[in-house]
Design a protein around this ligand. Structure first.
Ligand code: DGL
Length: 269
């Protein structure tokens, strides 16, 4: 039996996708994982879809060059802008993408009002409009809130600062006022802020994150579509399009172990 030597490639605009990588590590302990943070271009939330698509294509090419036979777009904003193109261009490998978890939130809400915290890029995308349309008949109000500045706070490692708290208060208050009892963390950076969001909104508000579901979905797709994998020790490698020292510092803090991030080769910057 041939055992695959493929690796799983995961990317995000920055360090937020590490919240997804944590779930992938737990779900698939034997896999080799390569993570790319496009820190040189973060945030994606205020960039044009065309720019994000170009960056996503370059990073996917890099990951495939490194041996990736499955790719996870660990970024809601990049999914909205580029998932379709990536799936057309690289149609031989599973490409797992992510979008705000509207369906699970609808299953949880009692007040029938769900709030979505996400980047402006995600909320303004055609893909998100289609998602809302899909659940339009479920008699649940979906209220959205763009959160400029929040991604940058996570990139700086400010998970508990006064400034971060102020932004969270500003962005959650309108949703709570409208009666939301369930908040979707619609950007992969936000799970790192979940403890602070919890402090701000209190115990009675459900926070919905999709990292675990994405990791499970990846596992099913790999089982269905790829040759069997080995059961050796898993590993992780980290790359950044930004400053490698800065990335190593912040990634080590969020990953909970020392990370030495490497600079992406010039052709992919
Ligand atoms: N982690 C990205 C997401 O899930 C953040 C996008 C950004 O860089 O603005 O949307």
């Amino acid at each position: 039996m041939t055992i695959s030597t493929g690796v799983i490639g995961v990317f995000d605009s920055g360090v937020g996708g590490l919240s997804v990588l944590q779930h992938i590590r737990q779900t698939l302990p034997h896999e080799r994982l390569i993570y790319v943070a496009d820190s040189g271009h973060v945030p994606y939330g205020d960039k044009s879809p065309a720019f994000i698509e170009t960056r996503s294509l370059a990073i996917a090419r890099f990951l495939i060059g490194q041996g990736a036979d499955a790719i996870v777009i660990a970024c809601n904003t990049a999914t909205a802008a580029a998932a379709h193109t990536l799936r057309v261009k690289f149609n031989k490998i599973p490409i797992v993408a992510m979008e705000p978890a509207v369906k699970p939130a609808i299953a949880v809400t009692q007040s029938r009002v769900v709030g979505v915290l996400a980047t402006v890029g995600t909320l303004e995308s055609a893909r998100f409009a289609a998602l809302l349309e899909k659940y339009g008949g479920w008699k649940v109000k979906i209220e959205t809130q763009g959160c400029p500045g929040l991604v940058e706070q996570v990139e700086r490692g400010e998970l508990h600062s006064a400034r971060t708290r102020e932004l969270i208060e500003r962005y959650t208050a309108p949703l709570l006022r409208k009666g939301a009892d369930t908040l979707i963390l619609g950007c992969t950076h936000y799970p790192f802020l979940a403890p602070l969001i919890r402090e701000v909104v209190g115990e009675n508000i459900a926070l919905i994150d999709t990292g675990a579901a994405v990791a499970r979905h990846l596992m099913y797709r790999m089982k269905a579509e790829l040759p069997p994998r080995g059961d050796g020790e898993g590993s992780e490698e980290f790359f950044t399009s930004g400053n490698a020292e800065d990335a190593s510092r912040i990634m080590s803090m969020l990953w909970g172990k020392e990370v030495v991030a490497q600079q992406l080769p010039q052709a992919y910057l």
